[in-house]
Design a protein around this ligand. Structure first.
Ligand code: G3I
Length: 354
């Protein structure tokens, strides 16, 4: 009996000390029960980018997804390099696992990404010299993937990140070989397979680059004029606590004017200043981060309901954020902390909804 008491005491002490030693002095409430979850209070889906390994192996991760989110995006499992690692050899297992988890838990799954000039398997680079073959590789990849997930994945980032911050098209080998109209052809290839899927253009930096946000708006106008299908725009919003309210409003306001659905598709609010390497989340930064999350949700809520596709955070918690490596923390950008507990930002959004 004595041993049990000692064990419990040590466990409690360890937990308390362990808790304090990570520099977070804010008392976290335990994770919410599903009915009080933030997702049930929003007028749009709340999503997270999902890591396949965590989904397979981590129960807290799975439960947080089930309780706190109603939309998910595969962080990497639906990229070209993941789905077609070798020419005409498709690997569906991980992506199918994520789609099945989503369907089983009545969670929306958003497809990411049919074409991105990055994250392509090495074998594609071999064909960058031959335009006809490269076009065919692109078309068959888009159509094979859309066919495979047809009816289960009802929205896609068709094209990702083809503009530079100056609003000009990035000079990638895809652009050089296939010409600027290849971007519109990606949307046409996707529409030819699935007449109902929502087709998005996804990019970062609309909150800090006026030229980029106008380039995207102009592309949308040009697509409409030429009858090229597009239904939505993804604003990734990999942003930081210093971002100004004016910039958030400009990004959302300008792109909402296109009339398309807007998806804040990869939201994270870094509390790390450019200078610091090792980082501790102090109270004031936690508070600034909470204010900015609340601002983004409130601003997003002002666009017409039919345009609110949803807000997706890029990963689930600070523990699985792409910015941190295994057990080494450089940043704390998300709504849940490294033990999957709601942070001040989560509570600030809830309060902002009252
Ligand atoms: O799966 C391989 C593994 O087999 C290999 O051993 C390992 C070592 O190289 O690499 C693993 O692949 C890595 C993959 O993440 C899965 O962990 C890639 O190298 C790595 O480049 C990839 O990074 C991802 C990055 O996109 C590039 O695809 C990040 O996790 C992901 O968070 C990031 O997400 C992007 C969005 O898709 C688009 N918007 C920007 C955002 C952040 O860059």
């Amino acid at each position: 009996m004595y041993k049990i008491i000692v064990f419990i005491a040590i466990t409690v002490l360890f937990h308390y000390v362990g808790h304090k030693s990570d520099g977070n002095s804010i008392n976290y409430e335990r994770s919410t029960s599903p009915d009080s979850a933030l997702k049930n209070r929003l007028s749009f889906p709340l999503g997270a980018a999902v890591k396949i390994r965590h989904l397979r192996e981590n129960t807290v991760y799975r439960n947080t997804l089930k309780n706190e989110f109603n939309s998910i995006t595969a962080e990497n499992s639906m990229k070209f390099e993941a789905l077609q690692p070798n020419r005409n050899v498709y690997r569906w297992t991980n992506a199918d696992y994520i789609v099945e988890f989503a369907n089983k838990n009545n969670i929306r799954i958003h497809g990411h990404v049919l074409h991105w000039p990055k994250a392509n398997p090495k074998w594609v680079l071999k064909y960058k010299g031959d335009s006809a073959i490269l076009e065919n590789i692109l078309k068959s990849h888009i159509q094979t993937v859309m066919n495979h997930f047809k009816g289960k994945v009802r929205s896609w980032d068709v094209v990702n990140e083809v503009f530079d911050d100056d609003g000009k098209l990035k000079q990638t080998f895809w652009l050089k070989k296939l010409g600027p109209d290849y971007i519109g052809r990606c949307f046409q290839y996707a529409r030819a397979v699935d007449s109902k899927a929502l087709l998005f253009y996804n990019d970062y930096g609309q909150e800090y680059s006026m030229k980029k946000r106008h380039a995207i708006a102009n592309m949308v106008a040009s697509f409409k004029k030429r009858g090229i299908p597009i239904d939505g725009i993804g604003l990734q919003m990999h942003t930081r606590v210093g971002v100004s309210e004016a910039k958030i409003r400009a990004a959302i306001g300008v792109l909402a004017k296109t009339g398309l659905k807007l998806h804040i598709s990869e939201l994270e609010i870094s509390a790390r200043s450019k200078k610091t390497n090792i980082f501790k989340m102090e109270d004031d930064l936690e508070h600034q981060q909470a204010e900015k999350y609340n601002l983004i949700f409130k601003t997003y809520n002002t666009i017409p309901a039919k345009q609110r596709f949803g807000i997706t955070t890029w990963n689930v918690s600070d523990a699985d954020s792409w910015k941190n490596t295994k057990n080494k923390y450089f940043d704390f950008p998300l709504l849940f902390d490294h033990e999957y507990r709601p942070k001040e930002a989560y509570r600030a959004i809830l309060k902002g909804l009252e």
